[in-house]
Design a protein around this ligand. Structure first.
Ligand code: PMP
Length: 368
């Protein structure tokens, strides 16, 4: 009987041969076309100063879950501002976007294990798939952004919940939210919209693409780890949802609160982001420039996805770019449900224009 370590080792070897190995810590000294710090706020002096002040006042860790003793005024202030920004009645902050998604799906699906079906756009984030598993729901994959398929599967399965992203994390395109909202209202389903890649970048004041959609039908999840430059996640929706989550949400109740310094950093970044229209405009212009350069359609956020052939070719392109000082993301199966390997370029609005343009030149030059 082979030991578990032999088995894991053989699997790692097979992944390596297929070009599917991952490195946990790519270099930080490269030009950033890979992170989600879209507005370039993580090193902003006001953000750093706010986090540092909270660190001195409250210490390093929150010490316990939000429900026990981990909540400080900063968490509540952050929740108020996030609710206001997204145009919703209330907000609950979790320790990550991943946890918020686990909490959302569990809360929005009635407990009927075995007969519970949830519709997912096939490109939604891994945390949402894991959330369905945890909730004991059967996930039904819907072809990406296909409204006809959403309509017929809603009619067939009558699910309580439909799950999409407003700006997709790998493809960078947007969901048809208004149409999905109408469909969900018609079939009495809730629509969960993960706005991880839209907050700070899209919508009025960077308040996301679901701002203005009905709170009756639409619940929004988000993260503080991308444009809000920090860490943590949140759900926004009607007050009754918050009350339910505070009493019952396991990823909220049994997880240590985000450190106060992290909440302070996010709050400072959020406040700056509301008036960052120049940065949002720069992101849009850079996405258009990069799309033109690589012959793909411009996307709807700060992410541009460029098909790169086989997984090995995508890895090679990423490695050559790194060799020339540029960090880009590389997505391969199984992270890509359509099995297409891609380079993912992300725009950091604080990068000087000349550096950004030069990085595009290099990427074009080193394409395998
Ligand atoms: N949703 C989406 C769409 C994401 O891209 C991510 C982060 N990769 C998450 C949720 C999870 O957010 P966090 O990193 O805060 O856990």
């Amino acid at each position: 009987m082979p030991s578990v370590w032999d088995r894991l080792g053989r699997k790692a070897e097979l992944r390596s041969r297929a070009g599917l190995s991952r490195r946990p810590s790519p270099r930080r000294d490269l030009v950033d076309l890979a992170s989600n710090d879209y507005l370039g706020l993580s090193a902003h002096s006001e953000v750093v100063d706010s986090a540092a002040a909270a660190l001195r006042e409250h210490g390093v860790g929150a010490g316990s879950s939000r429900a026990v003793r981990g909540t400080v005024g900063l968490h509540e202030e952050l929740e108020e501002e996030l609710a206001r920004l997204s145009g919703r009645s209330s907000c609950l902050v979790y320790s990550s976007g991943y946890m918020a998604n686990l909490g959302a799906v569990a809360a929005l699906t009635p407990v009927r294990r075995g007969e519970l079906r949830v519709l997912f756009d096939e490109h939604v984030h891994a945390s949402l798939h894991d959330a369905a598993r945890l909730a004991g729901a059967e996930s039904i994959m819907v072809p990406h952004n296909d409204l006809n398929a959403f309509a017929s599967l809603l009619a067939e399965h009558r699910p309580p919940l439909v799950v999409v992203e407003s700006v997709y994390s790998v493809l960078g395109d947007a969901a048809p939210l208004r149409e999905l909202e109408s469909l969900c209202a018609e079939f009495e389903a809730l629509l969960l919209v993960d706005e991880a890649h839209a907050f700070g970048v899209r919508g009025a004041e960077g308040g996301g693409l679901a701002r203005g959609l009905s709170e009756e039908t639409v619940v929004v999840s988000g993260t503080l780890s991308k444009a809000f430059a920090s860490a943590g996640g949140f759900l926004v929706g009607p007050s009754v949802l918050r009350r339910h989550l505070v009493d019952t949400s396991r990823p909220f109740l049994y997880d240590t609160a985000p450190p106060p310094s992290v909440a302070a950093g996010a709050l400072a970044a959020l406040r700056i982001s509301r008036s960052a229209d120049d940065a949002r405009e720069r992101i849009r212009a850079r996405i258009e420039a990069a799309a033109k350069r690589f012959g793909v359609a411009p996307s709807d956020g700060a992410i541009l996805s460029v098909p790169a052939g086989e997984a090995a070719a995508a890895v090679e392109w990423q490695a050559r770019a790194a060799g020339r000082g540029i960090a880009v993301g590389c997505f391969r199966p199984p992270s890509t449900p359509d099995h297409v390997s891609r380079l993912r370029l992300t725009v950091n609005a604080s990068l000087p224009e000349a550096v950004f343009q030069e990085a595009l030149d290099v990427l074009e030059e080193v394409r395998p």
